[in-house]
Ligand binder design. Sequence first.
Ligand code: ZN
Length: 433
Amino acid sequence: MRARGQEETDVDGREIAAAVAAEAAYMEDVLCRLVAVPTTLGNEEPGQEVMSEALREVGLDPVDVPLDEAMLRSHPAASPFSWDVSGKRNVVADWQPAGAGGRSLALNGHIDVVSAAAEGLWRTAPFSPSRDGDWLYGRGAGDMKGGLAVILGAVKALRGLGLAPLAPVQLQSVVEEECTGSGALQCAVSGLRADACVVTEPFPGALSISQVGVLWFHIDIAGLPAHAGDAQHGANAIEASFPIVAALRRLEAELNESPPVPYDAFDHPINLNVGVMRGGDWPSTVAAECTLSCRLALYPGQEVAWLQARVEQAVASATGAHPFLAAHPPRVRYDGFACAGTEIDVAHPLVTTLSASYAEIAGAPPELVPTTATSDARLFLQEGIPAVCFGPWAENVHAVDERVNIPSMITAAQVLALFVRDWCGLADAGGAT
Ligand SMILES: [Zn+2]
């Protein structure tokens, strides 16, 4: 029996690891419930209902952190968005401390997922979770409903041992990670002002210590419709996009010429993606309009406004000589990600403490890695809350047959539970819940 009270309890890591392992079936069950709801942009609410239910199962009281449009439109770290966010909510739950003197912690994951991309190519329906061996398949299984289940499993196990932290721990399920980061920003601004944040994105055996920024831009290209038989009297907006893409590829090549440390470890750290093209409306009509929606990355330290100017220059360079577009220049719009890269010092106590917790389970420290994608960790860092990503092993995120490795979820949850001990301190829960 542990002594009841507010004294820090030194709990053996093996006892915690065993308690977490005993929650494996629970974690998988929650994961399946989460994957079964297709929480694409604008459809996150059924997922938040599952998370509310799961937080109650863990013994916590979930509360809403609604998106505040006025704040999100005016905050310097926010990304622009053209859609309605009224009624959207993050779901958070505070795990109350049993004592004092520890460091507080936010455990964060996002509920939104990207679309299935090409449903017919999947081995099983993307929103019907299916297990095969050690792997659980489904859109969002890895990015990052597995991570949400890891948070729940770690906290459930510690609570089951009758333990509570010595500082507040807030569990957060946020919306809009895949398009703006508005959900995480709302939590960083109006959630727990935590001493650290762990985002359980799929970083197995690794902590993210640097991430690129990301810019979404949309290019509206005008054309002049004409009958295809008189095409020379029209201007084809779809074909006008080809030299624009070529100019953007030249910009991309330039951005990859001499990557700064630590991105010099990558062959091609900055990727342009022409993700969506919409244009024209009839095979026998010269296309009157075309819109390209693109994603381009930037290094930490570079300004979003600088990259926006470079994109606009590239578009202008491709259209200046075009007889129709010179008089009707394409419009570049910003809607979605417009965010800078972020870094955390590898000597930060969050990094060293989580590394030690990891090593206690895995026998060796994790890698400290840069990433060529963005994550919600940046919003916490930009708000002065130290943050890293660490989580289970996933494959094919944003692709077909996305999957998460179930044993790696258990390992990640064990590490996270030890980290709660090592970062916050643990005590007998006593009357605290
Ligand atoms: Zn993610």
